[in-house]
Design a protein around this ligand. Structure first.
Ligand SMILES: [Zn+2]
Length: 286
């Protein structure tokens, strides 16, 4: 049964209303993507993939990535969403929409507020005319290498009043926040700013999302979900899980270089990891 990819907004609006979240699972190959989709199917949750520029290259372009996700969708009974992650340029987003993406992120968070608004609003206009949902970002999410002082950290984080203004001025559907998570692996103990999230959630009613889910303490994740976080991006942990399984199996006696021997442990470990995260994020509805 041919099934189209779905846009993200409606699922996250429901998630915010019912206080749960979806994992945004990095999609970089079909087999590993299927491992996670089977878990979504088992738990009857939408399958949400996120894909950045680097992963798109490994599929051989935007259209191939869309087709791979559509093929997954044909194999499961749950909705499948493919979300363009951290796209920065209008033209790249236009190409993604032309290729069949129904959900995109425009990350103009490196620009000053007004330019972020202008760039985001331009994408919203294009995307909404095609029924595509849009995530914007306000505040800077640090990279794993950045060890910041408390005041530097606070200065990068999303301001609640600016967030309300940004949402109203851009018409964005979903808002990515900076509240202390980082991209990549934490090199220092994470400090997730729940009070700031609470202040933002009071002023912003659209679904809120948190990037940098890998390694973020699970008690903080659960708390963030109670306060409006509806999507948690997971990439580093997935690559690590697959990479470690693939390395481990090659040390085992009798390992032969068959595809099954090489891939099966990663497939199993990814499924286990995804199930654990999905159950944590969606515990209020499961
Ligand atoms: Zn991110």
């Amino acid at each position: 049964m041919a099934k189209e990819l779905e846009s993200l907004k409606q699922y996250l609006v429901d998630a915010r209303a019912r206080k749960y979240a979806l994992g945004g699972f990095c999609f970089w190959n079909y087999a590993y993507g299927m491992a996670i989709a089977e878990v979504a199917q088992k738990l009857n949750l939408p399958m949400l993939y996120i894909i950045g520029d680097a992963e798109v290259q490994f599929f051989g372009g935007l259209k191939n990535a869309v087709q791979a996700a559509q093929t997954v969708a044909e194999h499961v009974d749950v909705p499948v969403i493919l979300h363009a992650d951290h796209f920065r340029e209008y033209d790249d987003i236009r190409r993604a929409i032309d290729a069949g993406f129904r959900s995109v992120m425009i990350d103009a968070s490196a620009y000053p507020l007004e330019e972020n608004i202008q760039r985001t609003a331009q994408v919203v206009e294009l995307a909404h005319s095609a029924g595509v949902s849009v995530e914007g970002e306000l505040g800077r999410i640090a990279g794993c290498e950045q060890k910041l002082s408390l005041s530097e950290e606070e200065a990068m984080q999303t301001d609640p009043d600016e967030a309300a203004y940004f949402v109203q001025a851009t018409g964005v559907d979903i808002l990515a926040l900076s509240i202390g998570t980082v991209h990549g692996e934490y090199r220092f103990p994470p400090r997730i700013n729940i009070p700031r999230l609470e202040r933002i959630a009071e002023k912003v009613s659209i679904p809120l999302v948190m990037h940098g889910g890998s390694g973020t303490p699970e008690d903080k994740v659960a708390e963030a979900v109670e306060h409006g976080i509806t999507k948690l991006n997971l990439a580093t942990d997935l690559v690590k899980t697959a990479g470690q399984a693939t390395a481990r199996v090659q040390q085992q006696p009798g390992f032969g270089y068959s595809v099954a021997n090489l891939y099966a442990p990663a497939y199993v470990d990814l499924a286990r990891y995804a199930e654990h995260k999905m159950r944590l994020l969606a515990k209020n509805i499961l």
